[in-house]
Design a protein around this ligand. Structure first.
Ligand SMILES: [Zn+2]
Length: 120
């Protein structure tokens, strides 16, 4: 199993207590569940973090993450984050295509058109 820092979500060694990337103390981080921490990190200010987090949530097929990710799509402007979230949502539940299209409107970022279900 791969271990991630529960603040910045870079891969770290299982034994590491202080993350070499962001300095977060893994033992002090509160006792939220793994998925809850991931969901919180969707709003991390460093843009590569939500992208990474979306990928991990997709791997976990985390259904609990679907409503917060849909919510995030409504306000997100960064096309790479939008792409990562849409990709993750579709990996968790392929039936979300219509709902995602509704949120993104008639003019989704062109990068989204590379995803299955979004090509015209
Ligand atoms: Zn970290």
């Amino acid at each position: 199993m791969t271990f991630y820092c529960s603040n910045c979500w870079k891969e770290i060694d299982e034994q590491i207590i202080i993350c070499p990337n962001c300095g977060a103390d893994q033992e002090k981080l509160d006792k939220e569940s793994y998925v809850e921490k991931l969901i919180r990190s969707l709003n991390h200010p460093e843009p590569s973090t939500p992208v990474r987090v979306a990928g991990i949530l997709a791997q976990l097929k985390a259904k609990d993450a679907v409503p917060p990710m849909l919510e995030k799509l409504k306000t997100e402007k960064d096309p790479f984050i939008i792409f990562a979230i849409v990709d993750a949502l579709l990996k968790i539940d392929m039936n979300l295509t219509q709902e995602i299209q509704k949120i993104l409107g008639s003019n989704p970022p062109s990068i989204i058109k590379n995803l299955k279900g979004f090509s015209e």
